[in-house]
Design a protein around this ligand. Structure first.
Ligand SMILES: [Zn+2]
Length: 390
């Protein structure tokens, strides 16, 4: 910045939110590393040699609450030897094994990880592609998801608000707006949690099939699903926060951010006869599990629902081992789980998918869980049976 501009800043009102600019690329005669696409990380690269680069990986804000050290870059490598890339973590540590996406395929590549896990190195063959901590799952994939779901007459895709960066907050609506029982589904508060997004995509598709087949009565049960709660964070390759530097899963009840507020205000506008009966928020962690209400905060009805839906602990669905973890609310923590439970007295669960769980198994397990949901809801959460005649 020039001295003139720097001086001028003190006498002018604060500038508008700066436009997002990708970190500059690194180029040598043999290779280019760049961060100029949706989902790319805000990393810096350093040229170590014609075919050797270091990428400095850091969070968008500090300190990170839960270090999900996201990285994603694009490469263009001329014929010849492989290029060596070292990820150097400025905070957190290596969590996601690198996935290389080239020619329409995604493959995991072997990395050599230092003992303290703050450095990981790997080789990339000549050609063009992307390397990222998880597969890129951004607005294009969500658009495809929405287009698939739009084929059904009982599905509406609505914009319920906008992110701080002005991106739409899309909601998938199933069932009639007058249906008295509402199930709320949330996803992607945390940008790197792609395995949870993979599960949610299949879960929603299966629910649509269940409506289509009459297994869910559109007059009695409706769904509000917000699969991409943090579109700015996903687009900008954040580890955790939205553009305001806030963890959206600590903002429920506070509603200081437009993303959570969009959902809160939508709920405030519900017809008086409609009430939420369950909430499921899709996330990722190191293994498959469901966080559910603690033993002191449930009632017989919620326990029945838990038992009907997820069965006994240590049950395995199609090679998808998972656990059920009961956690009492930490009042005021601002998680969706605690807020929905305390506000509506309903089962409110966090559906955590393992970072490295096999993607095909995630899909089949998500479909199984979706299939088990309507009977569990009918048996334990609906006051009245669905209307018989139409
Ligand atoms: Zn999360």
């Amino acid at each position: 910045m020039s001295a003139l501009l720097a001086g001028a800043c003190t006498s002018l009102p604060p500038p508008p939110q700066p436009a997002y600019a990708a970190a500059p690329p690194c180029s040598t005669p043999a290779a280019t590393i760049a961060f100029d696409f949706e989902g790319a990380s805000q990393s810096r690269c350093i040229i170590k040699g014609e075919r050797e680069f270091t990428i400095l990986v850091g969070p968008e804000h500090a300190p990170p609450i839960n270090p999900s050290a996201w990285y994603a870059f694009r490469y263009d490598i001329d014929q010849g030897d492989d290029v060596t890339v070292s990820l150097e973590y400025l905070a957190g540590s290596h969590r996601y094994p690198p996935k290389l996406q080239a020619s329409g395929k995604s493959v995991r590549i072997d990395a050599e990880v230092s003992e303290n896990r703050n450095r990981a190195s790997f080789d990339i063959p000549p050609g063009s592609g992307r390397v990222s901590g998880q597969e890129i799952f951004a607005s294009e994939r969500y658009s495809q998801m929405f287009n698939q779901l739009r084929r059904y007459s009982f599905v509406d895709i609505e914009v319920i608000g906008h992110s701080l960066g002005g991106r739409p907050i899309d909601a998938v609506r199933m069932g009639r707006p007058s249906a008295p029982n509402l199930i709320v589904l949330l996803g992607r508060a945390h940008p790197p949690e792609v395995s949870g997004a993979v599960a949610m995509e299949a879960f929603l598709d299966e629910l649509a099939l269940l409506y289509a087949g009459g297994d869910i009565d559109a007059d009695n049960v409706q769904i509000l699903a917000v699969p991409l709660l943090n579109p700015d964070g996903v687009a900008r390759g954040h580890w955790r926060a939205n553009l305001g530097g806030i963890d959206l899963n600590r903002d429920w009840g506070n509603f200081s951010q437009p993303e959570t507020r969009a959902v809160g205000e939508w709920l405030d506008r519900l017809e008086p006869a409609v009430s939420p009966i369950a909430m499921i928020d899709f996330h990722s962690t190191r293994r498959n599990l469901f966080y559910v209400q603690g033993p002191d905060e449930t009632d017989a009805r919620q326990e029945q629902f838990l038992n009907e839906w997820l069965g006994q602990m240590l049950v395995s669905v199609d090679g998808y081992p998972f656990t059920i973890e009961r956690r009492n609310a930490n009042p005021g923590s601002g998680t969706s789980k605690n807020w929905f439970h305390s506000k509506y007295g309903i089962p409110a669960y966090t559906y955590e998918v393992g970072d490295n769980s096999d993607r095909m198994t995630i899909l089949s397990a998500a479909r199984t869980f979706a299939g088990l949901l309507p009977p569990a809801v009918s048996k334990s959460l609906l006051d009245k049976p669905p209307p018989r005649s139409r």
